[in-house]
Design a protein around this ligand. Structure first.
Ligand SMILES: N[C@@H](CCC(=O)N[C@@H](CS)C(=O)NCC(=O)O)C(=O)O
Length: 228
């Protein structure tokens, strides 16, 4: 990286989307300035850089804002080419992108529905979420990581969303969403993730995170009801 390069990340500590970008920057060894956002009182800088969605994360590279966590991961991978994040093979790359979309657009909302006690009842919501999570179980079966031998794109995406966000939220609701006997590969993968420095340093600290999720439970439920 050239000396004059400037890298800044606007994020929120408990955001899974911010967490995956931190993991990518850490894996690449990119130094950056981290700017924590108060999402209840967003900074003028965030509103200027992301005027449409007003969301974090935003990566700012030499003054240019890059939005959307998964696009940020791709940008990081193409800009700093050491320690590749995405698979090199075109088919594997397409599959990784497809699964990333699946995690954010299907698995995360299904997990969310199970937390807010969906209309059909909690048991149905849990089973629906598990059916989707089963695709992630199959994908990591027989592998160390989704990316193969080392942490890559999908490890960051599934990792930020499931073990370091969903599982913590399900836990305090008393839901064992991914029991070991039903999801052995996912549980083994989570143990491996926990051993990695990249992940450990970038995920929200567990106790504070659980307190934050609890505090936000009611607010999240009413926001969900307004959307449906
Ligand atoms: N699709 C976006 C989602 C980002 C997102 O939802 N960020 C949340 C924090 S976890 C946010 O900034 N929320 C503020 C708001 O909705 O006002 C991405 O992948 O970056």
């Amino acid at each position: 990286m050239e000396k004059e390069e400037e890298v800044r990340l606007l994020g929120f500590w408990a955001s899974p989307f911010t967490c995956r970008v931190k993991m990518a920057l850490k894996l690449k060894g990119v130094p950056y300035e981290y700017l924590e956002e108060d999402l209840m009182n967003k900074s003028p800088l965030l509103l200027e850089l992301n005027p449409v969605h007003k969301k974090v994360p935003v990566l700012v590279h030499n003054g240019k804002p890059i939005l959307e966590s998964n696009l940020i991961l791709e940008y990081i991978d193409q800009t700093w080419t050491n320690n590749p994040i995405l698979p090199q093979d075109p088919y594997d790359k397409a599959m990784a992108r497809l699964l990333a979309k699946f995690v954010d657009e299907q698995v995360a909302p299904a997990g969310f529905r199970s937390l807010v006690k969906a209309e059909k009842g909690i048991e149905v919501a849990i089973e629906e979420a598990r059916e989707l999570i089963m695709f992630l179980e199959k994908e990591v079966t027989g592998k160390d990581f989704y990316g193969g031998k080392t942490i890559g794109f999908l490890d960051m995406i599934v990792g930020s969303m499931i073990p370091y966000c969903g599982v913590r939220a399900w836990e305090f609701m008393g839901i064992d969403m991914i029991p070991e006997e039903k999801f052995p590969a996912l549980n083994r993968w989570i143990k491996k993730l926990n051993e990695g420095e990249i992940v450990r340093e970038c995920v929200p600290p567990r106790e504070e995170h659980i307190k934050h999720l609890k505090r936000n439970e009611e607010r999240v439920k009413s926001a969900y009801k307004r959307q449906t």
